[in-house]
Design a protein around this ligand. Structure first.
Ligand code: THU
Length: 165
């Protein structure tokens, strides 16, 4: 496994197995989330978060939390990583690693981020990490059971609301 710097911020994890990530690949992804955490802009919460999202072709998109003086405008690390990837044309992902500075607890994604991840992959693997590199492996389905997803919009309904012309 090796890390290759491609254009700009995009990194690439060489991974041979397509089903299960190797220990080295997980370690690398977590390291990249820890690197991303260093860019966190969090003057209000002072709570740094980093995320590294592994796409189907082993490209990695990272993100950090970006806060705002208008507090409710802040954006989470996971959402920023996913938005970066989607805006580059990616929609299929294998895993996401999340890092924070909490020593005694694995970082747990907020409810909004769970729903945001669910949009692109109920089966996505989520690595909740600690600064020492230890992690908890979960899936989006486990983090957000009985979730509301894109398929639900096309389910049969009691009434059909016509489009307005
Ligand atoms: N935060 C994230 O970036 N991801 C999460 O899943 C949990 C919370 C950020 C948002 C805010 O900038 C700071 O952590 C404190 O809530």
């Amino acid at each position: 496994m090796e890390r290759v710097h491609l254009s700009g911020e995009v990194r690439h994890v060489k991974e041979h197995s397509s089903r299960q990530l190797s220990q080295d690949a997980v370690k690398e992804l977590i390291q990249q989330s820890q690197e991303a955490k260093k860019q966190a802009y969090c003057p209000y919460s002072k709570f740094r978060v980093g995320a590294a999202l592994l796409a189907h072709d082993n490209c990695v998109f990272t993100g950090c939390n970006v806060e705002n003086v208008c507090y409710n405008l802040g954006a989470c690390a996971e959402r920023n990583a996913i938005s970066k990837a989607v805006s580059e044309g990616y929609r299929s992902f294998k895993a996401i690693a999340i890092a924070s500075d909490m020593n005694d607890q694995f970082i747990s994604p907020c409810g909004g981020c769970r729903q945001f991840m669910r949009e692109f992959g109920p089966n996505l693997t989520v690595y909740l990490s600690k600064p020492d590199g230890s992690y908890l492996k979960m899936t989006v389905n486990e983090l957000l059971p009985s979730s509301f997803g894109p398929e639900d919009l096309s389910m049969k309904k009691v009434i059909d609301i016509p489009n307005e012309c």
